[in-house]
Ligand binder design. Structure first.
Ligand code: SF4
Ligand code: SF4
Length: 326
């Protein structure tokens, strides 16, 4: 795979500082039952990196110490971490809102038969990748057979109350483009998804999050192979939108890797760009979850590079979809 960091480090992206920390996004490990083309984590069945129980306990301590309102669980497939369910139970007992970034097909893996019921019982928000409402596009990007399993999983979640207006169980889908283009307008695409998934499969969901492909890891490497890296970066730079800069997700979120190291976002984590050690509050050279027990990261500078233009381009992009509009 081609390395993208050397192409991104020299940047003109405007400086950023953190605001109040509201979300801890924890990567529970890189193992996954899928190997998607666009995966920025390079996750797959052969990855062995998984967060251990010491660090899972530390997550709970940090939620308490910093009064964090949202725990956003990602991976890999976060559910494959043996401590996933215990972590969810403990966070929910604290009143923390928990998000599971679920690939849907995990519901059909061995030992995961009761996963959907568990998520519903705990009131966990499910955010699921669904890059299209057609079989051909989904299977091309995420692997053969993924579309049919995803549809079956969404139907299972609907049957438990997910995506139904009255049940209070939020189900959101995530769309990303197939190629080196910006995503279409979120509201319009959401209307298409709602119409098509309801008409053909009876599926309902709350929101569609439209996200921009980041020029890193597998997708970045693919751009380099096809000679499209520079033109895609130029598209992202040319589409810079100042209002998005004010609300990028790293202002309110910290990303944690499976070893407890801290990053400004999951993209920086995958690029190996840790939270800066300097700033108003001193942290270790490689800041760690345990630092958050005693130190407040608010107001610290964010580590930026050229991929940050992926968050500000057009309607903007974050783990919660579009930001402020074009
Ligand atoms: S399901 Fe998600 S984590 Fe797993 S390979 Fe696909 S994009 Fe990566
Ligand atoms: S890539 Fe990460 S650090 Fe850069 S703007 Fe986006 S969220 Fe912030």
């Amino acid at each position: 795979m081609h390395a993208t960091l050397p192409l991104l480090e020299a940047t003109t992206f405007p400086a950023l500082r953190r605001g109040a920390l509201t979300t801890l996004q924890v990567n529970l490990g890189y193992r996954c039952n899928q190997t998607c083309v666009h995966c920025h984590v390079n996750a797959g069945p052969n990855r062995t990196e998984m967060m251990d129980s010491t660090h899972l306990n530390l997550v709970i301590e940090v939620l308490k110490a910093r009064s964090i309102q949202v725990l956003d669980l990602t991976g890999g497939a976060p559910e494959l971490n043996e401590g996933f369910r215990e972590l969810v139970r403990r966070a929910r007992a604290l009143g923390v809102h928990v998000i599971d970034r679920c690939n849907l097909t995990i519901l059909f893996e061995p030992d995961q038969e009761h996963l959907a019921q568990f998520l519903a019982d705990q009131g966990v928000e499910v955010v699921a990748s669904m890059p299209c409402y057609s079989l051909e596009n989904v299977d091309k990007q995420r692997g053969k057979g993924v579309f049919d399993k995803s549809i079956a999983a969404l139907q299972q979640l609907n049957a438990l109350g997910y995506g139904q207006p009255s049940a209070g169980l939020r189900l959101s889908l995530v769309y990303n483009p197939q190629g080196a283009t910006l995503p279409p307008e979120q509201g319009r695409l959401q209307a298409d998804y709602k119409r098509e998934l309801k008409a053909h499969f009876g599926i309902e969901f709350n929101e569609l999050f439209v996200v921009t492909n980041m020029p890193i890891q597998r997708f970045g490497s693919m751009l380099i192979s096809k000679g499209q890296f520079n033109s895609y970066m130029q598209l992202l730079r040319d589409s810079f939108s100042e209002p998005n800069h004010a609300v990028v997700m790293c202002r309110s979120l910290i990303s944690v890797d499976w070893q407890g190291h801290l990053y400004d976002c999951d993209f920086n984590q995958q690029l190996g760009l840790p939270l800066p050690a300097g700033g108003a509050v001193r942290m270790a050279v490689q800041p760690h979850l345990r630092d958050l027990l005693v130190q407040n990261p608010d107001g610290r500078p964010v580590r930026t590079a050229d991929h940050c233009y992926g968050c500000t381009a057009g309607q903007g992009s974050s783990c919660g979809g579009a930001l402020t509009g074009e």
